[in-house]
Ligand binder design. Structure first.
Ligand SMILES: [Zn+2]
Length: 98
């Protein structure tokens, strides 16, 4: 295995970089940590979260809904809103009507 940046030297610094690349300004930022202990993505937490500001009409499973879930996780609000569009909106209308 060689340095992920220069593909020349043996990596002896974290992130699979050689000493020279690791300490060259800017290089480290281009290579994310390879450690399994590193923080990646949005932080996790336990407990009650505030409700999102507004429900969404995006269908469950759609790319739009996934983007909304990502945004909610980033804002540390609850992923689910009780008035989010249900999987079968027609079924809910029927059950409310009856
Ligand atoms: Zn290197």
């Amino acid at each position: 295995m060689l340095c992920r940046n220069c593909n020349h030297s043996k990596p002896n610094r974290p992130r699979g970089l050689c000493w020279t690349c690791y300490y060259t300004p800017g290089v480290r930022d281009r290579f994310p940590s390879t450690s399994k202990f590193a923080r990646r993505g949005v932080g996790d937490f336990n407990g009650k979260a505030k409700l999102p500001a507004s429900p969404t009409q995006a269908m469950p499973g759609s790319a739009e809904k996934v983007a909304i879930l990502e945004e909610r996780a980033r804002l540390k609000v609850s992923l689910w809103h009780p008035l989010d569009a249900p999987f079968d909106a027609a079924g809910r209308r029927l059950s409310i009507a009856s």
